[in-house]
Design a protein around this ligand. Structure first.
Ligand code: ADP
Ligand code: ADP
Length: 225
């Protein structure tokens, strides 16, 4: 079945389409990348799926449900951005548990789930540290744990590895693939790095000026003449 589908979706800013008649179908459990230059509409596409933007026309469905009147917090998606903000005065554990508190989850369950999410991203030994004492890679993992604690079926990632050095980047790429395999999460991954898109994805959509030029597997995109 389909995790995310877009049917002829358009979003304009000041009359100019940022996303222009997109049609897209992403099956459950797929690692799907949006690849393209800056300004080609990738982030807007992600924000439409998350519900941070509303389309001017077209239909967006999540697991078959029309999202037209579904606010962001009722969607089965979580978003990880490149410039993730952590609360500096809170421990990692509290940073990750915070979103559950807002949702009204009780303290005992919050702690269990936050510990599990931090263990998933290999941070079980630094639960009580404050963000200032973490490396860039560790902070990026906290941001991921903060999304995972909600047990989303769909994860939206907007250039999440852009700020990391090459070694950390490769490590995080492996960890995201492990989450896909072990938890069955559907990933929608925005990048302008062709190598990253080709190495990680089941399929890649190539964006240009708000439209999708091509959607295919890395193998078929790469070997096209
Ligand atoms: P990308 O993620 O590929 O860099 P974006 O989706 O951020 O592309 O942007 C697509 C186009 O829409 C760009 O021309 C950008 O300037 C414009 N745009 C995006 N968000 C807004 C906004 N909130 N207001 C006005 N224009 C926007
Ligand atoms: P990205 O390329 O990752 O989308 P941007 O720096 O283009 O990052 O956009 C960051 C924020 O600025 C987004 O919230 C977007 O909506 C907004 N934005 C982008 N382009 C414009 C624009 N031309 N006018 C107003 N807001 C914009």
């Amino acid at each position: 079945s389909s995790a995310v589908s877009l049917e002829n979706v358009t979003r304009r800013f000041n009359g100019v389409p940022a996303v222009d008649g997109l049609t897209l179908d992403i099956p459950d459990g797929e690692f799907f990348s949006l690849l393209g230059p800056s300004g080609s509409g990738k982030s807007t596409c992600l924000r439409l799926i998350a519900g941070f933007e509303q389309p001017d026309s077209g239909v967006i469905r999540l697991h078959g449900t029309d999202t037209a009147s579904l606010p962001p917090y009722q969607r089965d998606v979580n978003t990880v951005f490149q410039d993730y903000a952590l609360f500096p005065h809170m421990s990692l554990l509290d940073n990750v548990a915070y979103g559950l508190m807002v949702k009204g989850v009780g303290r005992a369950e919050r702690m269990v789930r936050a510990r599990a999410a931090l263990a998933r991203v290999e941070l079980r030994d630094v639960l009580n540290r404050k963000p200032a004492h973490l490396s860039g890679g560790q902070r990026q993992r906290v941001a991921l744990a903060r999304a995972l604690v909600n047990e989303p079926r769909i994860l939206l990632l907007d250039e999440p590895l852009g700020a990391l050095d090459l070694k950390l980047r490769e490590q995080m790429q492996g960890e995201l693939k492990t989450l896909q395999r072990e938890l069955g999460i559907t990933f929608i991954f925005v990048t302008h790095d062709q190598g990253e898109a080709l190495s990680m994805s089941d399929r890649v959509a190539v964006f240009d000026q708000g439209r999708i030029e091509q959607v295919d597997t890395p193998r078929r995109l790469y070997f096209q003449p």
